[in-house]
Ligand binder design. Sequence first.
Ligand code: M6R
Length: 606
Amino acid sequence: MCGIVGYIGNRNAWEVVIKGLHRLEYRGYDSAGVALIDNNQLNIYKKAGKVSDLEQFSRGKNLSGSIGMGHTRWATHGAPSDRNSHPHTSGDGRLAIIHNGIIENYATLKEELAARGHHFSSDTDTEVLIHLIEEILKQNHVDLREAVRLALNEVVGAYAIVIMSEDEPGQLIAARKGSPMVIGVGNNEYFIASDASPIVEFTKNVIYLKDNEIAFLKRNELLIKSIDNTVQTPYIQELELKLEMLEKGGYDHFMLKEIYEQPRSIQDCMRGRIYPKEGKVQLGGIKEYTEKLKNIDRIIIVACGTSWHAGLVGEYLLEEYARIPVEVEYASEFRYRNPVISEKDIVIAISQSGETADTMAAITLAKEKGATIFGICNVVGSSIPRISHAGIYTHAGPEIGVASTKAFTAQVTALTLLAFYMAQQRGTITQSQLINLLTELDEIPALVEKSLQANEKIKAIAEKFIHSRNCLFLGRGSGFPVALEGALKLKEISYIHAEGYPAAEMKHGPIALIDEQMPVIVIATKNSSYEKVISNIQEVKARKGIIIAIVTEGDTEVKKMADYVIEIPDASEAFLPLIATIPLQLISYHIAVLRGCNVDQPRNLA
Ligand code: M6R
């Protein structure tokens, strides 16, 4: 994943582009680069490292020009370095490109171009594409627009690209296939970006470029064509995004802000969808599939990372309430198998970004095999919702911290709504049960708010573990995916090795790791597996492990055994994941900050 920004208009392009790159840095921070056209001359500045390194490097250089583009990279082909940073140029240096995605047939193209005398100065797939365009310009005597179109017809893979040329200095060319791209429409100016965050402070009017579309932009002219050369009619829509959603709003980190936003984001996910007094759930996005939902035999959930953990919570909820078998699959495994799927199946893709390549490939495969696809996504208008038949937006708002927090709880909320909706439709729940559950669900944002009040205590506990090298997270039932998510949060932002396990599985291996140095974080709330979890805690204590227990307010039993306890408000088992996740996010956050880690941009991630 990389971030791309482009600008053409009357402002100073460097300022627009650099600001945009800062907003897009969550998409990658291995290197950054900018290309500007000033007086018909292409100036390129690029540097390994963060956008701030690029700014420092470019100080004192010619940053004039009102046409420009910039890129922030998450390395795939070629290590993070100055030479692999974007923009890349053609052999004669007159064309420049920035790219997000992967050109899968780049090796073959590179070989052919090398045989025609092209020399490459990077290890990237992107550089091959700009050389290909240069070669087509030379061989076919066409203009740049046509050369780009012809080149893209030869490319296999995914891309969002922007191209500039010294020979046609008043124009930007942008195209997409499988990677997101938005065009902001201003007054005699246009903006291009991977998402709307760099655009929102300049204009609210945007066009989401579709797959296989190419946009030709001049200051006061926009033409969109399909890759097969048909003119397209652009659909301009108004952004709902607000600028303050993209700022830290007084918090030290986006991650902390997003943790604290959860009472609101959970509420937003439920808004207009639950009617506790009437005992009714309404999900407009999947309504037309209600009959199908009543009659299906199973659901398959595909996702990656945190979203996969949310899927596991969904499995508990859907099986418990809607009484339907659920399989939860890593999208990256599912897509490379030959899974048994039919038109009777519903496949649910869960994704915060709505752009994760493996998840997209998994649903594309399932769709080909006739399944109905639902997307549970956060980013409105992203690719997964576009290729799904139906879906539920989570409405958590932009998640800028790379470590998912509010996206996870919003996904769990959406799955909770789906489970209750299906239970209602399939008659696997009574009306009075549903009224009780919805009444309680309505109160969950307040309970999440209350859980956040333990922050200072959690910080004090975190201080004790900043030098730990390992950590175990244990839970049972729906507490197990919460443990997995807790472990993922800790390892990705603090670089402490952490594992999540179903508590009872500990004795089948991981127990060997336990000694007096090993912190074991246990979800030990009062629910159906409470007694069993107490036994697991005793097993850890017998081996001198350190117990940090997440307990229900007022608990006395676990307190006697645990070294540290963090209380959370009492709630039914169905809602445990929404509340128990909060202290795990906070403990990881504080440990990572105290270890001096960059929690918003952990190393190697995007
Ligand atoms: O955008 P997605 O939810 O599809 O992303 C999938 C994973 O990359 C993501 O959930 C990742 O594991 C989290 N950001 C980690 O906190």
